[in-house]
Structures are given as structure tokens and as C-alpha cells.
Design a protein around this ligand. Structure first.
Ligand code: OOG
Ligand code: NI
Length: 432
């Protein structure tokens, strides 16, 4: 970063706020959803005033800003440039998600902030999917789709120029950052004019609704944004009172004492009027609103248990539901900090951790899950796209091809959580 650069975190923060304002204008129901979430959260915090501890005020701040969005890209080149665009905002690809297992012809990653300070500043992330034309068995349709995609440029020339400036100078000045936010936002904007004629749209749609959504438009419109709620069951129950139709079930684990991973639900996608290149008018459904409730990040062992229980009729009674048991069985990641006013006795080492916890010197708090769940993501896709499945080759992960398109390897989520836990322990025993 040169001395005039603004921090990538502040660019991400400005971008997520600009995106939210744009989406509220484009999809008024999303504004209503934000209002419901805000009321439910306020009510919850009244009932449970200890939810956020006073010595961590940023945790409360996160509640208001926390959102994720999702886009679907059409080509390797688009994904590679998108990686560079997100890097300007301090967002890096974490995890590989194979959605083909659920009959959705995409594979995905999440661009997000990775270190703790950046996550606290603004945790905005974008679930980014790449269409897999290799899973479409109709060869002529595959060819037609890739030809249409090859003709579009989803980034404005100015966006491309500013990405190059950020890479060259190691950052952007305040004025460049402001321009970057408004230019980059154009890529995510909705276009009601399609770039194909009606017949082409219908051919794509007949194969898979998702293919029509990616190929028919000028750009990868943001297809939903997601505020964070503290009580997802209540928001789900409230939606019909506000004339919003929720999807039938909440994805992810059930309601628990110790929330784990991620629970999500959405409202059904809008049916929107679009015009085709031959002037015909039609309807397209793609854009919706979603809410999420996040809980404890699980270790590989915890995640394996979750995945097994999800398969076994989603009966989660075998997953321990108190922090002590989850820690003992090493199923989750935790942050270890000093209790207010306490000090670690001189000479204490990590070997005394358990007794320091028992004697209220060290406090244990769950590290929040920042990523996504492929089975839940597939459920969200399907509730908004319909669940046509027959024509897509299933269960065909190809992480290598994804990373090649991306231009780098995706980061491993477990390593990132382990680092946060390890650093909290190191700080505790170094602070004496
Ligand atoms: C992405 C769906 C996945 C989530 O929250 O799991 C997702 C999409 O519909 O493009 O956003
Ligand atoms: Ni989502």
C-alpha cells in the first residue's frame, strides 16, 4: 500500500453498503425483509441483553452490517477478473463447493475477508458460482451458450483500469476507491433487457433455468443479499404478515442452545418482466432475499458428524449441545480470552488452560462460522430455480478446473479457523 491508499476493508465496507442500497431499490421486498430482521433482532437483544459482551463492541456493530450476496458467472475469464476485483476489497476465495451433486450445474467459492480484524470491520462476502457448461450434454446448446458468453464483457473499462491501478500501486487513493465502488457496482446491476432473443432464452431455460439466468443477460446481477438475524425461526414466521412468501424449510441445522454453522431461509424469487433482443416480452425469476443465522465454526470432526447426521434423517440429537461437551470432543473452534479484570498467573502455560477456564480466569467464546454449506446452498438454488435435475451430470466435482479458472488455489476454511483459535491462545499466554 502506498501512503495515500485507503484500506481494502473500507472499500469493502463502502461497496457492501452501496450494494445494499442498490438492491433495496431494485427489489423492494428486500427492504421489507431488512426491516423485519431489524425488529426481530432488537426484540431478541431486549430478551437476551447478554448476547454481545460489552468488551467486544464490534460484535454488535457486525450485526447491522453483516450481509452476503451471490452471483453466477459464465466463464473462466469472468471468474479470474472477479477474483482480482474482490482482492481490491480484501476479499479472497475460501473453500470449493460442488453443487453438481445436487443437480445444479455450477461450482463455487466464497470471496471473503480472512483475518479477524478484517472480518470484524465488515464481514461482507459473495458466494460466487461458475456455470459448468461441461455438465450440459446437449453439445449444440453448450456451443451456443459459450459463444454468447464470449461476446459479453461484464466489467466496465474503468473497472478494469482501476483494478490494474490497485495492483500496480498496492492500493487505491480515496478518490479512486470511491470511483471503484460505483464502477464495480455496475457489474452487479440488474438488466431487464436480455442479450438473447426469446427463442434462445426458451431453449436455455428448457435445459436448465440456471443456464438461462447466466447466459441471457449482460452481467451477473446480484441475485440476493442476506442480512444476519439472531432468531431465524421468528423471521421465517413473520414473513407472511408482511406479504412475503418464505421458502418452505429453513436450511441447515435445527434450532439449538449452541447454534452451529449456518441456518438460512429465503423468500421466493420475484417474477420480473424482461425484454428480448427481438422485442418480445417475457418473465424471468431469479432474484430473491435471504436471511442467515450463524453459529459455531466446526472442526473437521464436528463437520463430519454434522454431515453424517444430516444424511441420517437430519436427526441432530447426537450432536452435543453445550459448549463444554463440544470442546471436550473437539467438535468446534473457540476463542480464548481473559475474563474482565483477570490475569494469567506468572509461569502458567497452556497445560493449565482447563483449570484457568474452571477458575474463571479464561473465557471461552465460539468462533463464528463465516462460510457456506453446499447442501443448504443447493436448497436455496432449488427453491428459487425449480428443481429440474434430469439433464445435468451429477456428482462431478472438479476443484482443479475451478482453481485453474480462478487463477489460484482456494483457501482452506479449517486452517483459517484454527489460526484464529491458535492466535487467541498465543496472545493469552504471551500477555502475562
Ligand atoms: C447461490 C445460492 C447459495 C447460500 O447462501 O447458500 C447461497 C445462488 O443462488 O446463486 O447464496
Ligand atoms: Ni445466500
Amino acid at each position: 500500500m502506498n501512503s495515500h491508499s485507503v484500506s481494502p476493508d473500507s472499500i469493502r465496507d463502502a461497496f457492501s453498503k452501496a450494494m445494499s442500497a442498490m438492491y433495496q431499490q431494485e427489489v423492494p421486498q428486500y427492504g421489507t425483509l431488512l426491516q423485519i430482521v431489524c425488529e426481530v433482532n432488537a426484540h431478541y437483544l431486549q430478551q437476551y441483553p447478554d448476547t454481545f459482551t460489552p468488551d467486544n463492541p464490534l460484535a454488535v456493530n457486525r450485526l447491522e452490517v453483516e450481509r452476503h450476496g451471490a452471483i453466477r458467472l459464465g466463464s473462466a475469464a469472468e471468474l479470474a477478473t472477479m477474483r482480482r476485483l474482490f482482492a481490491v476489497m480484501g476479499m479472497y476465495p475460501v473453500s470449493y463447493y460442488d453443487l453438481s451433486a445436487a443437480g445444479v450445474p455450477v461450482h463455487s467459492t466464497a470471496f471473503r475477508a480472512v483475518d479477524e480484524a478484517a472480518l470484524l470491520y465488515n464481514p461482507f462476502r459473495v458466494f460466487t458460482s461458475l456455470l459448468r457448461l461441461d455438465l450440459i450434454d446437449d453439445l449444440s446448446l453448450r456451443e451456443q451458450a459459450s459463444q454468447i458468453l464470449a461476446q459479453r464483457d461484464i466489467f466496465s473499462p474503468r473497472t478494469r483500469a482501476l483494478i490494474a491501478v490497485a495492483e500496480r500501486d498496492g492500493g487505491l487513493t480515496a478518490a479512486q476507491a470511491e470511483e471503484f465502488v460505483s464502477e464495480a457496482l455496475k457489474t452487479f446491476k440488474w438488466h431487464s433487457d436480455a442479450q438473447v432473443d426469446l427463442a434462445t432464452y426458451e431453449a436455455l431455460l428448457n435445459h436448465h433455468r440456471l443456464i438461462a439466468d447466466v447466459v441471457s443477460f449482460k452481467g451477473p446481477h446480484i441475485n440476493h443479499l442476506t442480512p444476519r438475524t439472531l432468531d431465524i425461526d421468528r423471521v421465517q414466521a413473520c414473513m407472511p404478515d408482511y406479504h412475503i412468501t418464505p421458502k418452505e424449510v429453513i436450511e441447515g441445522p435445527p434450532r439449538r442452545q449452541v447454534p452451529i454453522l449456518l441456518r438460512q431461509t429465503s423468500f421466493k424469487a420475484l417474477s420480473e418482466t424482461i425484454t428480448f433482443t427481438d422485442a418480445a416480452a417475457g418473465k424471468h425469476t431469479a432474484r430473491f432475499g435471504e436471511i442467515e443465522q450463524r453459529g459455531l465454526a466446526l472442526t473437521p470432526a464436528g463437520r463430519a458428524l454434522y454431515d453424517r447426521l444430516l444424511q441420517d434423517d437430519a436427526d441432530f440429537s447426537a450432536f452435543p449441545d453445550d459448549i463444554a461437551a463440544i470442546r471436550q470432543q473437539q467438535l468446534g473452534y473457540f476463542r480464548y480470552t481473559l475474563q474482565p479484570g483477570a490475569t494469567v498467573p506468572a509461569g502458567a502455560t497452556i497445560a493449565q488452560l482447563e483449570s484457568l477456564i474452571d477458575t474463571d480466569v479464561v473465557r471461552v467464546t465460539p468462533i463464528i462460522y463465516e462460510d457456506f454449506l453446499p447442501v443448504s446452498a443447493a436448497g436455496i438454488f432449488q427453491s428459487n430455480l425449480g428443481s429440474e435435475r434430469g439433464k445435468v451430470s451429477k456428482g462431478n466435482p472438479n476443484k482443479q478446473a475451478f482453481e485453474q479458472a480462478l487463477g489460484c488455489a482456494v483457501l482452506d476454511e479449517f486452517t483459517l479457523y484454527q489460526q484464529i483459535e491458535d492466535r487467541s491462545l498465543a496472545a493469552l499466554f504471551a500477555a502475562r
